[in-house]
Design a protein around this ligand. Structure first.
Ligand SMILES: [Zn+2]
Length: 335
């Protein structure tokens, strides 16, 4: 089994090519910045907010009621579609970075995610549950889920043709269409819906959750992961955090996620932050000179001077107190 580090899931070899491709993607997006639209808080709908920071000329604000960090103004759904359909960065990701990093992602991300889904199903007394994944990307998680034999069926909804064909090649049952087009004919058909690293990209998270909810039978489980805007990396690095980019328009946190799910027809919400990379991300930013830490600070003591002895315990503290940048939530569809 490979060792987990930032470099093992995001190969350095293509960093420069990816950086240039992403810059061109952003430049194309910003040609339409005059069409970006203002939104209220995507978690709690509050209008009360303060400016957080800007990155790539996009403005991020901080909700004063639930502390969600969100982009406003933001690209319209049509601009987002255009962005993802024509992204050069995604092409490099698909052709080079993903294949090189899949073993690490499978072992350290997809497999723990599957273990959590199975544990949640067992706790809910579900036998041979029917599972649907929304936005499976290359299908790593759903392939593992199918191979596990735990589920009665595994289906994926993926509108991107390249990714849908990857999922098909892995033997998955693929619905290549938008979520809203799928739900019309499949209401209440699934026991479990999962959605990994998707909701932070969505223009209207509430609408997305209401649509997704209709796929589930009452009492069905919904499990998702997304970045935590109150995570250590974003709190320490602000706009330098890898969680902050033009695609992540919603950076929720455990409290905000609870509010968002409960207001869209889910209950028994459980949020955890099991991430393991925060300290490594901040440490690398410091060592690369991208940010500075006071040499007498506790952060410097832990991340730079004594990382070998204190790093793992510090990361464990972050993860177990809701402070990791990676958030995992599980909720039940209301009746
Ligand atoms: Zn809010």
């Amino acid at each position: 089994m490979s060792t987990l580090s930032v470099s093992s899931i995001r190969s350095d070899d293509f960093k420069e090519a990816q950086r240039e491709a992403y810059a061109r993607d952003v430049a194309r997006l910003l040609l339409h910045s005059h069409d970006f639209v203002e939104v209220d808080c995507p978690a709690c709908r509050s209008k009360r907010r303060i400016s957080a920071f800007s990155k790539y000329a996009c403005q991020f604000v901080n909700c004063l009621d639930c502390q969600t960090i969100y982009m406003s103004p933001r690209p319209t759904p049509a601009l987002m579609d255009d962005y993802y359909s024509n992204s050069e960065n995604y092409r490099i990701w698909k052709e080079h970075i993903f294949p090189a990093s899949e073993p690490a992602r499978r072992d350290h991300i997809a497999r723990p995610n599957l273990d959590r889904v199975i544990a949640a199903c067992q706790a809910a007394g579900l036998a041979l549950p029917h599972l649907v994944e929304i936005g499976p990307g290359f299908g790593t998680f759903s392939q593992l889920a199918q191979q596990s034999g735990f589920f009665g069926s595994v289906e994926v909804i993926e509108r991107n043709p390249d990714m849908a064909s990857e999922c098909l090649a892995r033997g998955l049952k693929v619905h290549q269409m938008a979520l809203e087009d799928f739900t019309a004919d499949h209401a209440g058909r699934f026991d479990v819906a999962v959605c990994y690293e998707v909701i932070e990209h969505i223009f209207d998270a509430s609408l997305f959750l209401q649509t997704l909810r209709s796929l589930l039978r009452p009492g069905g489980l919904f499990i998702l992961t997304c970045p935590n805007g109150l995570g250590y990396d974003t709190q320490m690095l602000g706009p330098l955090s890898p969680a902050v980019d033009t695609e992540h328009v919603n950076l929720f946190n455990p409290h905000a996620m609870r509010v968002l799910l409960q207001s869209n027809g889910f209950e028994r919400v459980n949020c955890e932050t099991p991430g393991r990379l925060d300290a490594d991300i901040v440490r690398r930013a410091v060592l690369a000179g991208e940010t500075q830490l006071d040499a007498t600070s506790l952060d410097h003591h832990v991340l730079v001077a004594n990382f070998a002895t204190l790093g793992a315990a510090f990361q464990q503290f972050i993860a177990s107190h809701g402070l990791s940048g990676n958030m995992h939530a599980c909720a039940t569809r209301t009746a």
